[in-house]
Design a protein around this ligand. Structure first.
Ligand code: ATP
Length: 305
């Protein structure tokens, strides 16, 4: 990668004797959205905190915009925006007061009124923060993280607790920032969010990166699925030689996992046509990130045996 905005090499972080991050490497290019995903307790937040300059690494190097975010905090902090999982803003201030306060601390604040509008908080301007709903508070967190027009934006589970409409609104704001060239690092438990927004992802498990790459490449490495229903008593032995694993569920559903989706689907359809059979409930899908997650967990079970 030429001129990465973020470089993380051999990152390790410990809490006392417990090593939460065990050698993590990744780079993020200017203007891309990098998704850091993982199982619970995988070390995503700890990694994010080290990259944000909020936590000292026990080993390894971190560079953000060419500088160490911890030791060169004064240089890096004004150029980045951070949306933490729990921002802890003073509950007695109103939305408008908090935004004005935040704007005063930033050397290059953007237009607060349009930012409030974009995140659908205009009607809550005079409401105290402690009286906002969880979703409204999350949208205020995003507003404040982006107010200083950051070059790099860190979003730690930005849409947790948001209803579907608010989530789409947040995605719209994030897409707008990407279009303006902002670099974004996102952690999320919503896989469709990562699939929709991220160009590249890393999936962490137990302190390490288990899988990483462009979303399309990560998905292509997993088998695709073909599913259809068959009548009671159907003998799956009469199906054409599909190359994937075939599972015949008691419900009458047949699920095939295959690395040769086009070829196997073609053979299945040829067989059905020749046999005069209608394949009810037919579906063919590429792997989803959920499949990748299951594979990461399954690998761990194999390794821990
Ligand atoms: N302050 C702390 N003291 C001790 N252990 C901690 C502390 N903070 C986190 N941990 C542990 O470090 C590991 C990584 O935690 P971290 O919060 O980075 O994971 P995560 O991937 O963000 O998890 P989640 O998805 O559940 O939020 C977990 O096992 C967690 O229990």
């Amino acid at each position: 990668m030429t001129n990465p905005v973020i470089q993380v090499e051999g990152l390790r972080c410990s809490y006392g004797d417990f090593e939460a991050v065990r050698g993590v490497d990744f780079e993020v290019a200017q203007g891309e959205l990098f998704g850091l995903l993982g199982t619970n307790g995988a070390g995503k937040t700890t990694t994010m905190e080290a990259v944000e300059g909020l936590r000292k690494a026990t080993q390894g190097t971190v560079r953000v915009l060419g500088s160490d975010p911890l030791t060169d905090r004064g240089v890096v902090r004004p150029r980045i925006g951070i949306m933490l999982q729990d921002s802890g803003f003073p509950g007695d201030l109103t939305v408008a007061e908090m935004v004005a306060f935040w704007q005063a601390t930033s050397s290059r604040a953007s237009d607060a009124a349009s930012a409030i509008e974009a995140l659908d908080l205009a009607h809550r301007r005079d409401v105290r923060i402690k009286q906002l709903s969880g979703g409204e508070r999350r949208r205020l967190d995003l507003l404040l993280a982006t107010l200083g027009k950051p070059e790099v934006l860190f979003l730690d589970e930005p849409t947790t607790g948001l209803d579907p409409e608010s989530r789409l609104r947040v995605w719209e704001v994030v897409r707008g920032l990407l279009a303006e060239g902002t670099t974004v690092v996102l952690t999320t438990h919503y896989l469709e969010e990562a699939e929709s927004l991220a160009e590249r992802i890393a999936i962490m498990h137990a302190g390490r990166i288990a899988v990483s790459g462009r979303v399309s490449d990560v998905l292509a490495r997993q088998p695709a699925r073909i599913g259809f229903d068959v009548p009671a008593g159907f003998d799956v032995g009469v199906l054409p030689m599909l190359r994937g694993d075939v599972v015949h569920e008691p419900s009458g559903r047949v699920e095939v996992r295959t690395g040769e989706l086009q070829r196997d689907l073609g053979e299945l359809l040829d067989w059905a046509r020749g046999d005069g059979r209608v394949l009810t409930g037919l579906r063919a899908n590429h792997a989803s990130l959920e499949d990748v997650f299951h594979a990461v967990r399954a690998d761990e079970k194999v390794m821990s045996r």
